[in-house]
Write a protein that binds this ligand. Structure first.
Ligand SMILES: NC(=O)c1ccc[n+]([C@@H]2O[C@H](COP(=O)([O-])OP(=O)(O)OC[C@H]3O[C@@H](n4cnc5c(N)ncnc54)[C@H](O)[C@@H]3O)[C@@H](O)[C@H]2O)c1
Length: 392
């Protein structure tokens, strides 16, 4: 089989290197494709010439562009990976789908508005393109263990899923997506929520996000979901500011509790009848045994291939992102739904946009969501809510 020709949009600069403004996710994506036997990296694009030049040099990519549209036109790409900030996701997905690629892999969170999110999925369906998002938390070994325990009925019937995070959507999308993973990707049917714009933090990303929020919703199978968000991502880390509430995603069942991701704790733990009423930890050290040889080696090779970079402290994260890329390539080969499909991403995105809308409406929002904007952004633009600058 001929290899899939891969092009990357938004090369950035590697995390913590000189001039880096973000995480340089493109390098981690590139690593996944480079380690996939079915792919070859052929092109990359970034607005900044210097960024694309050094990216192509480091990843041995033949063709660099400063205009992604030119790349789509000139290269006969099979897979496009998008690693830019969310306002650009939709035009890039639409352009790549129309250019005739087979698959598009895009960074989270999905989109800037609900209309954009729906359009991304619709356009890809129309053109027969596989669409995936980088919700890599589905590949954390402990999170998969939590799901396996739930599926085996270890805590009886799930009643409620609670997530705690630093914000609602920019980073919170990871935990919201994981809530849907835990509940078999069943859609939600109503949402009530409230947001506080909070302050623009010191390390604030170039995207407005809430400072604090709560979202309460019900999945169509009756399970309740609750998201507690506080802190502002990057100021407080992924978990937000919840001393004492240390689980990222907690599932409460009729016979016990399972936590997926514990701050400074195990990736999975369970308390219930089966554990004699005490917490039992399931630990997954970063290793070939936890991740599987292929994924583990792919992560390790990033350090080999990009010497001098500072990815070492984030190796499990690198492995999860590689696992997601291997999954989307396998889905492309077999025609099955990928783990992080656009359809699945839509479900958690809808809850996030419905939470903003509930705050604007001061009421319950029944789904499907019937407004197309991002109510939080609209309220900011209209001056209905305001964000102050945090103290430096
Ligand atoms: N999955 C994760 O764990 C994770 C972690 C961090 C960031 N992210 C997400 O990744 C995305 C990118 O973040 P980052 O920190 O890697 O970004 P970054 O700032 O490191 O790089 C983005 C690059 O995109 C380029 N760019 C912007 N507009 C462009 C255009 N029109 N054409 C071509 N290039 C363009 C910029 O020049 C920049 O070099 C964001 O959506 C962010 O939320 C995901």
């Amino acid at each position: 089989m001929a290899k899939y020709k891969v092009g990357i949009i938004g090369t950035g600069r590697p995390w913590r290197t000189e001039g880096a403004r973000g995480s340089g996710l493109s390098h981690v994506h590139a690593n996944g494709y480079r380690e996939s036997a079915d792919c070859e990296l052929v092109a990359a694009a970034d607005l900044v010439q210097e960024n694309v030049d050094s990216f192509c040099h480091e990843h041995h990519i033949a063709h660099g562009y400063t205009d992604y549209k030119e790349m789509l036109e000139k290269e006969d790409l099979d897979i496009v990976s998008i690693a830019v900030w969310r306002p650009m996701h939709t035009p890039m997905i639409v352009d790549a789908a129309r250019a005739g690629v087979k698959a598009i892999h895009c960074e989270k969170p999905m989109a800037h508005t609900w209309a954009n999110a729906k359009q991304q999925v619709a356009v890809c369906k129309e053109h027969g393109v596989q669409l995936t998002f980088n919700h890599q938390n589905r590949f954390v070994p402990g999170h998969r263990k939590a799901k396996a325990l739930l599926d085996a009925g270890a805590i009886g019937q799930p009643l409620q899923i609670i997530a705690t995070g630093s914000d609602l959507f920019e980073v919170g999308t990871h935990w919201m997506d994981l809530m849907f993973f835990m509940n078999n990707d069943v859609p939600a049917k109503w949402v009530i929520g409230q947001i506080d714009a909070g302050k623009v933090g010191r390390f604030r990303m170039p995207i407005p996000e809430v400072g604090q929020a709560v979202s309460f919703f019900q999945f169509e199978n009756g399970v309740y979901g609750q998201v507690n968000a506080k802190g502002g991502a990057w100021d407080r880390g992924m978990h937000g500011d919840f001393p004492g509430m240390d689980a990222y995603v907690r599932v409460i069942g009729t016979e016990g509790i399972i936590d997926a991701g514990v701050l400074n704790g195990p990736e999975c733990r369970m308390l219930g009848k089966e554990t004699g009423g005490v917490w039992k930890d399931f630990t997954f050290p970063y290793s070939a045994e936890s991740y599987g040889e292929k994924v583990f080696q792919a992560a390790e090779n990033l350090n080999v291939n990009l010497p001098g970079h500072q990815w070492q402290t984030t190796m499990p994260w690198i492995a999860q992102i590689a696992a997601n890329i291997f999954d989307l390539v396998d889905a492309l080969n077999t025609g099955r739904e990928p783990e992080c499909s656009g359809d699945k991403a839509l479900r958690s995105a809808e809850v996030a946009f419905a939470t903003y809308e509930s705050s604007r409406r001061r009421g319950v929002v029944n789904l499907p969501l019937d407004v197309d904007d991002n109510a939080f952004i609209t309220m900011l633009e209209e001056g209905v809510v305001k964000q102050e600058q945090a103290e430096q």
